[in-house]
Structures are given as C-alpha cells and as structure tokens.
Design a protein around this ligand. Sequence first.
Ligand code: SDX
Length: 452
Amino acid sequence: MQGKARTVAMTTQPKTAPKTKRSKTVTLKDNQTDQSWSFPVLEGATGPDVVDIRKFYSETGMFTYDPGFTSTGSCDSKITYIDGGKGILLHRGYPIEDLAEKCNFEEVAYLMLNGELPNSSQKRQFEHDITYHSMLHEQFHNFYSGFRRDGHPMAIMCGVVGALSAFYHDSLDINNPEHRMVSSYRLIAKMPTIAAWAFKYSLGQPFIYPRNDLGYAENFLHMMFATPCESYKVSPTLAKAMDRILILHADHEQNASTSTVRLAGSSGANPFACIAAGIASLWGPAHGGANEAVLTMLNEIGNKNHIPEFVKRAKDKDDPFRLMGFGHRVYKNYDPRARIMSRPCHEVLEELGIKNNPLLDIAMELERIALEDDYFIEKKLYPNVDFYSGIIFQAMGIPVTMFTALFALARTTGWIAQWQEMIGDPLQKIGRPRQLYTGETKRKFLTLEQRT
Ligand code: SDX
C-alpha cells in the first residue's frame, strides 16, 4: 500500500460505574493538527461493543480502512452470535449443540426466520408449507439441459436459483412482507430439489420429484439416490446425519456469502438474485468451497506418512498451499460445528459398515499433528466446519463436486433470514464502501501520436 502513515490516537472514556450508566464514547486525536473528534460506542446484548462511525467521514474528512472487514461491523443482527475465542455459536440465543441434538432442520429454519422455536402446530404448518413449495416449474428441465453434463453443480445452482425470479412475478415486491415470506419459503423449499437435480443431471439419470410424505433431509436424499425403477428407502441414520449437517451449516453471522446477500439485497434486488449471489460467493475455496478442497487435499496427501510434508508446506510463506478445513476468521478455538460433526461422521461410517476409512484416518492424524504444531497453536488454527463434512458426504455416496452445493442448500436458510432482517431494518440503506485511492492523480492526456 502506498498510503503515507500518520497516527491518530484513539482513547476511550473510562468505563463509568454501572450506577451512572452514561453513554460511552471514543475520542480520536490527530497528532499533526491536534484536532480531536468523539464517536459514540454502541453496546450489543453480548460480544464486543462497536464504535459508531457513521458520521466519521462527514466529521473528520477521512475514511476508515479495513480490507476484509476484520474489525468492522456491517449491521446489527439478532440471528447468530459467535464467540470465536470460546468457540461459541448461538442461533437466536440457542447453542448450536442443543439445536443439532434436539431439533430437526425445519425447526431451526423456522427459528432463523421467526426468532422463536415453533410449537407443535407451528412446526406442522411450517413443514407442510415448505413441503408444498418443494416442486420446480416443469420448464426448469430446460435450464438443466442447457448445461454440460459435467458442469459444476454450483454453476448450475447459480444459474437456476437466479432464474427462479423469472417465474415468480407474483412475489417480487420486497416491500411486501407476504411476498418476502413466500419467496423465503420457496427458496428454502426448492434448494434440495435444485441441488438433487443437478446431481441427477450429471449422472444422466431422470429427475426424482420431491415427495410430500418425507421430511426435508430425507426428501433430499431420496431425490439424490432414488430412481424410477424401484422403490428406495432412505436410511433413518443417514437422514438424521444429513439433517444434523444441514443444521450445522444453516447460518454463521456476517460471513462472506451472507455479506454478499446483504449487499446485493441493499440495492433492492429480488431475493432469488440475492441468494444466487450468495451461492457464487460461497463457491470460493476459502469459504464454502473448502469442504471440496479438503477431500482433494486428503486424496493428495494419500497416506499418513506424507502428512509432515504437507504440514511443512502449509507453514511455508512462499508456498500458497494451506491446510484446507483449518483456520477461521472468527474462531480462534475449535469450531463447535467441527466438534459436533464428528458424531454423525462415525454414525454414518458405522451404518455403512465402513470399518476403516483411509481419508478419515488421514484427517484424524492430520488434526492430531496440526494441533500439536507450534505454528498452528500460535496462529490459533483449528479444524473448521469443512474439515469433516466432506468425509461424511463422500461416505454417503455424494460426489465431491456436490459438497459445496449441500453447503449452499443449508445456508439458504441463514441467507434468507439475514436478508429478511436487513430488508425489515428501517435504518438499512444501500451498501457503498469507500477506498484508499493509491492510483495516479490527475495528469495531462496524451494523444496517440504523443505516446511513445
Ligand atoms: C468457512 O466466515 C465464516 O463464518 C465462514 C464459515 C461459514 O460458516 O460461513 O465458517 C465457512 O468458510 C470456513 C472456512 C473454510 N476455509 C478453509 O478451510 C480454507 C483454509 N483456511 C484459510 O484460507 C483461512 O484460515 C481462512 C480464509 C478461513 C481465514 O483466513 P483469515 O481470517 O483471513 O486469516 P489469514 O488468512 O489472515 O490467516 C492468518 C494467518 C496467516 O499467516 P500470517 O500471514 O499471519 O503469517 O494464519 C495462516 C495465514 O497464512 N493461515 C493458515 C491457514 N489459515 C490461515 N496457514 C495454513 N493453513 C491454513 N489453513
């Protein structure tokens, strides 16, 4: 970066004793001009306070600078809270451990959208509504047939989800709460069908339609693995494991793809276009694409004896290789979702009679070695949600190229809940970050003849 360094001191008013709860401010002092400015500090329900810098530019004439938004809050939200230091993940205040153990995915989706867990009649109604929105318009067959059979499922999902907006003109008014809710239901309901059909298309097998007598996760596995030639019963163990994995991937605060959905939605774009944008962002290997990259990495490692060489490469600054499935922008402790994932992992392997899974053996040895290595300890790099999910998916017979599509399927619930929250926020406005300009300043134009 070519910007000139200059320091401004920021001091906070001392925390007042609780009895005289005065609003807290921070003061910024420019060490060159001696100018100073104060900005309010906003306190949330828990977690770090924030400095309200909405007037920063108008008062100081400067921008703040935070590429990657490592220290920037983009919004206030009530949906998900993460304490990265303690490895805590709450959805609407409920620990992920409780939700994964005691709820099904539909309950968690209802919680994300409505802020409360459903009672039994609300649960029944929500499951009915989602079930009866799970079919795709028959013309969607034409979208799939336009793709190559070996096209990546995420490319198909980006295209097909974006195309949904061409079919639902009756519910695109984002200022109409009923339109917002029916679009949310449609997206949550149709994602399993869209993802499963991408898989069937890649196989050259006929599409399997959703069934109204099956639950969300079970319906998805049925559409993935049934054929018209014989009846297919989804294993309850696999359905439960898939249901739990979907819960673990449902939402995660303001991650890259959720921030993409919010930014797209801030311009007033329709929800189908916003979710398509989220799918595109999730596809990256640094984000949701990591589950696919973990399997590629484990296969590249090949056996436990090669692990030290790959750990060495991951620590080498000159080598772009990173241990996929390790590290996290927020978690500087174990990702609680990775911990929970190990249970369905072993349940699925046992159900399928897979006594020894070489990739799981490599993964567990890699985890053991990395967690004892000073580099990973010092940088607080732990396994994240993507480290084990791929092993379960592969054991279930799901191809590597479908892993991120499953992540997108689950995350649609979080994306649409966050989109709803943003659209419903009276303070929301179009997102428009600024920059530190380091390019050429104004210069004289040269004609073609003058350019040597
Ligand atoms: C998800 O944000 C979310 O919530 C995302 C997610 C969700 O549910 O939405 O949780 C899902 O995306 C999980 C993350 C999946 N990605 C991977 O597993 C890819 C591998 N991980 C890394 O690319 C990385 O850890 C990130 C992208 C996840 C986080 O990167 P950050 O926060 O920008 O951290 P960084 O790149 O600045 O790394 C800090 C240091 C660096 O070394 P230094 O420059 O300080 O010397 O740690 C090193 C990095 O080189 N490092 C790694 C590493 N991850 C970070 N070194 C080796 N292997 C790794 N995996």
